[in-house]
Ligand binder design. Structure first.
Ligand code: HEM
Ligand code: CA
Ligand code: MN
Length: 353
C-alpha cells in the first residue's frame, strides 16, 4: 500500500519509494545554485530541453533515438549542434554539473529540473514527475525537431510521429509564455515571446493573435530564415516566431489556441497533461516510479486574466476561430517596457547571477 514510506539514506527525508530519495538533495541544489527560486533564464532553458530531448523520438522509425532519455545531455556535443537545437547548449551546460554531483540519470534530470523550475513560475501547474528513465545509449538524429520557420503541416506531422495530437502541440506551446530567444534576433539575447516572460499566464496565447506590425530593436525586416515574423509589441522588445503565428491561425489549431486565451486554469491543466506525455516519450512507463511528491507546489498566478497590452484592443485580434472571443480589458496608459529580470528589473545586465 502506498501509505508506507521509506526512510532515505540521508536519514532525514522519507519517500514513497527509495527511487525518489536522490531527488531531495538534487532539488535543493537546483533551487539554490541554478534557479535561485525564480522563474528565470535557467528555468526556461531547462523546460525547453524537455522538448528537444523528447520530440526527437519517431514512432515510424524515421529517426533513431529513445525520446526522453537524456540524450541531449549525454550527447550534447552532437545534439546541440543540430540547427533546430540552436541555443540548447546553454541548458545543457547548466545541467551537466548536476549530473556529476547526483546519482540520477540524464533523462530524469531534465524532467526534474523542468518540473521543479517551472514551479517557480507564478501560474504554473504542478507537473507529474516519474523516475527511472535509463540513460541514452545513442544520440538523437538531426532533423527530428521542428523549427520556427517550418510550416504547420511539417510541425504537426513531426509531432504526430513523436506521438502527439495537434491539440497537444498547442497545449505544449504554453511553455512559450515563459520563453525568450537568444539566437534569432541578431545581437540580442533574451527577446521575449510575450509581455510576461516570468509568468506562466495566457498573455502568450493572446499576444500571438494580435496583428504584427514590426520587429524589435528598430530593424527593418524580420529574420525570416531564423523563423521570425512581425510582432505586435516590437517597441517593447517582444518578438514572434513564425511557427507560433501560423499555429494560432491555422484552421486545424486556431480554436484550440484561442480556447486558452484568458483561461488560466484550462491552460494549466492542458499543459500538465501534455507534459505527462512529453516527459515519457519513448519510455516504458511500467518501469517508472512516481516521485511527483518531490515537485514543489507552484507559485499562484499573479495575473488571472489576460489583458490587451496598452495601445492594443480587440480590433487587432486576427481571429480565425469562429468561437466568440473573450472580452478583455486593455492595460491603461502607454506601452511599458517588458522586464528583463524575474525581479522586474528592466536591464538584463542587472539580473541576479
Ligand atoms: C512547434 C514547436 C516549437 C518550435 C518551432 C519552437 C521554437 C522555439 C525557438 C526558436 C525558441 C527560441 C530559442 C532561442 O533562440 O534561444 C524557443 C524557445 C523556447 N521553447 Fe520552443 N518551440 C516549440 C515547442 C516547444 C515545446 C513543446 C516546448 C516545451 C514544452 C518549448 C519550450 C520552449 C522554452 C521554454 C523556450 C525558452 C527558452 C529560453 O527562454 O531560453 N518549445 N522555442
Ligand atoms: Ca507569460
Ligand atoms: Mn535563453
Amino acid at each position: 500500500a502506498n501509505y508506507k514510506r521509506v526512510t532515505c539514506p540521508d536519514g532525514v527525508n522519507t519517500a514513497t519509494h527509495e527511487a525518489c530519495c536522490a531527488f531531495f538533495s538534487l532539488r535543493d541544489d537546483l533551487q539554490t545554485n541554478l534557479f535561485e527560486g525564480e522563474c528565470g533564464e535557467d528555468v526556461h532553458e531547462s523546460l525547453r530541453l524537455t522538448f528537444h530531448d523528447g520530440v526527437s523520438f519517431s514512432k515510424s522509425g524515421a529517426f533513431k533515438g529513445d525520446g526522453a532519455d537524456g540524450s541531449i545531455l549525454l550527447f550534447g556535443n552532437i545534439e546541440t549542434n543540430f540547427s533546430e537545437n540552436l541555443g540548447t547548449d546553454d541548458g545543457v551546460d547548466a545541467l551537466a554539473p548536476f549530473l556529476t554531483r547526483h546519482l540520477v540519470t540524464a533523462g530524469d534530470l531534465i524532467q526534474f529540473a523542468a518540473a521543479t523550475g517551472l514551479a517557480n513560475c507564478p501560474g504554473a501547474p504542478r507537473l507529474q514527475f516519474l523516475v527511472g528513465r535509463p540513460n541514452a545509449t545513442i544520440p538523437a538524429e538531426d532533423g527530428a525537431i521542428p523549427g520556427p520557420a517550418d510550416t504547420v503541416d511539417t510541425i504537426l506531422s513531426r509531432f504526430a510521429d513523436a506521438g502527439f495530437t495537434s491539440n497537444e502541440v498547442i497545449h505544449l506551446l504554453a511553455s512559450h509564455s515563459v520563453a525568450r530567444s537568444d539566437t534569432i534576433v541578431p545581437d540580442h539575447q533574451a527577446v521575449p515571446f510575450d509581455s510576461t516572460p516570468f509568468n506562466f499566464d495566457t498573455q502568450f496565447f493572446l499576444e500571438v493573435l494580435l496583428k504584427g506590425t514590426a520587429v524589435p530593436f528598430n530593424r527593418t525586416t524580420p529574420n525570416t530564415v531564423g523563423g521570425e515574423v512581425d510582432s505586435p509589441l516590437a517597441s517593447e522588445g517582444e518578438m514572434r516566431l513564425q511557427s507560433d503565428f501560423a499555429l494560432a491561425r491555422d484552421p486545424r489549431t486556431a480554436c484550440e489556441w484561442q480556447s486558452m486565451v484568458d483561461n488560466q486554469f484550462l491552460m494549466m491543466e492542458n499543459f500538465r497533461t501534455a507534459m505527462m506525455k512529453l516527459s515519457v516519450v519513448g519510455q516504458d512507463t511500467r518501469k517508472l516510479v512516481d516521485c511527483s511528491e518531490l515537485i514543489p507546489e507552484p507559485k499562484p498566478a499573479v495575473k488571472l486574466h489576460a489583458t490587451f497590452p496598452a495601445g492594443t484592443s480587440r480590433f487587432e485580434v486576427q481571429q480565425t476561430c469562429r468561437a466568440p472571443f473573450p472580452v478583455l480589458r486593455t492595460d491603461p496608459g502607454k506601452a511599458t517596457t517588458i522586464p528583463e529580470c524575474p525581479d522586474g528589473d528592466v536591464n538584463l545586465a542587472d539580473c541576479p547571477s
